[in-house]
Design a protein around this ligand. Structure first.
Ligand code: HEC
Length: 158
């Protein structure tokens, strides 16, 4: 076997499947969630394990806070949103949300409808919704959880 064809054979075995444009599927939702960076913050332990997705904790939010002048925010449990929303409702939320830092809500504007639908299907496929992440605390409150202090602080514009 020539070296090049061996390369293509191996590449096809290890690379994620290419998805047709506009395809809506759980597998594509997984890919969107990884490339979109959602696990970076919404899946506890994801960065620490260099990108291993623990199915028990995937997108269930995080107990590590992000502290700045806006208070301390926590990446929310996205399974709880998806569990009580229709696909259309979830997509509508993703199109409109504007949150406090460091959630990059503006990045969601670059997703197309099928990215968001796939994301919804992936999140729904993960199983039980689980507990909510800790609630946001005010700037003058000392967080009771571990937190990341953002320096220099970035303030939302409103
Ligand atoms: C840098 C960390 C970070 C990344 C990356 C991130 N999020 Fe967030 N996300 C947060 C934080 C923190 C909040 C809570 C913000 C607040 O309290 O206002 C949040 C809130 C949200 C909310 C609001 C939930 C609700 O119930 O109000 C949604 C939806 C959401 N994120 C979806 C996503 C998706 C989808 C991705 C990937 C495309 C993503 N996030 C990537 C940190 C992040």
């Amino acid at each position: 076997m020539r070296v090049t064809s061996l390369f293509y054979l191996l590449a096809s075995l290890t690379m994620p499947a290419a998805f047709a444009q506009g395809e809506v599927s759980v597998e594509r939702g997984l890919q969107v969630s990884i490339i979109g960076g959602c696990h970076d913050c919404h899946t506890e332990g994801y960065s620490e394990t260099e990108g291993k997705i623990d199915p028990e904790r995937a997108l269930m939010g995080s107990s590590v806070g992000w502290r700045g002048p806006w208070g301390t925010t926590y990446a929310t449990n996205l399974r709880r949103d998806a569990a009580v929303m229709s696909e259309r409702g979830f997509v509508g939320m993703l199109k409109r949300i504007r949150t406090l830092p460091p959630m990059p809500w503006y990045n969601l504007r670059a997703m197309d409808e099928s990215d968001m639908q796939s994301l919804y299907q992936y999140i729904r496929s993960l199983g039980k919704a689980g507990k909510p992440a800790p609630s946001r605390s005010h700037a003058n409150e000392e967080p009771t959880t571990p937190y990341v202090q953002l320096v220099p602080p970035q303030m939302p514009k409103n």
